[in-house]
Design a protein around this ligand. Structure first.
Ligand SMILES: Cc1cc2nc3c(=O)[nH]c(=O)nc-3n(C[C@H](O)[C@H](O)[C@H](O)COP(=O)(O)O)c2cc1C
Length: 175
């Protein structure tokens, strides 16, 4: 199984990136490719820009990365109850290539935040809209209070229940 893994964040200190890396480490026998959304920065989508210059190469490259994967592991950062602007922009551009952005790939969705909500609002949004965009959601897990739940020094989950939830979730992506 070749898994494409990323945090829907552009923060160099992204806690969602840490979560993705931790969860990917729980997948047995998988070949993980991490992508960084900073490598796919594009002008803010507008129909005028698309009309004038077409779809940027980065959008095509991202679409092809999804196409080459057997599964997706994504962790969503929540900004004001929504996707980060960086993720939404990439998603909007890629959707102009193919509305089925996720190309029927089995996907595990995660989300975390420093607060008790655990970015569950954006996670539910991603889950609810998944069928419109060709995403087959196999599992979704929100991790609340990231800094309490995850020990950054050891790189381990302190909370056993969440560790088990994550392990069960990513087992859908195992070879
Ligand atoms: C503009 C902005 C809006 C935010 N809105 C939310 C929010 O709605 N819910 C939430 O749980 N955290 C919110 N946060 C805090 C983020 O969860 C926190 O910055 C987290 O580290 C983002 O994930 P990342 O580190 O993976 O980028 C917000 C942060 C910023 C900068």
């Amino acid at each position: 199984m070749k898994i494409l893994a990323f945090a829907a964040s552009t923060s160099s200190q992204s806690i969602n990136r840490r979560l993705v890396e931790y969860a990917a480490g729980l997948i047995e026998g998988a070949d993980i490719e991490y992508v960084d959304l900073n490598d796919y920065e594009m002008p803010v989508y507008s129909s005028d820009r698309e009309g004038a210059g077409g779809i940027p190469e980065f959008a095509q490259q991202f679409y092809e990365k999804i196409g080459a994967a057997d599964g997706l592991l994504i962790s969503f950062a929540e900004h004001n109850g929504n996707y980060t602007a960086a993720y939404k922009n990439l998603f909007d551009w890629v959707s102009r290539i193919d509305q089925k952005v996720f190309q029927s790939k089995p996907s595990v969705l995660l989300a975390t935040s420093p607060g008790k909500g655990g970015a569950v609002t954006v996670l539910k949004m991603a889950e609810a809209s998944a069928p419109h965009f060709g995403m087959e959601v196999k599992a979704a897990v929100s991790v609340p209070s990231f800094y309490d739940t995850f020990d950054s020094e050891s790189g381990q989950m302190r909370n056993d229940e969440i560790r088990m939830q994550l392990k069960a979730a990513v087992s859908h992506l195992a070879a």
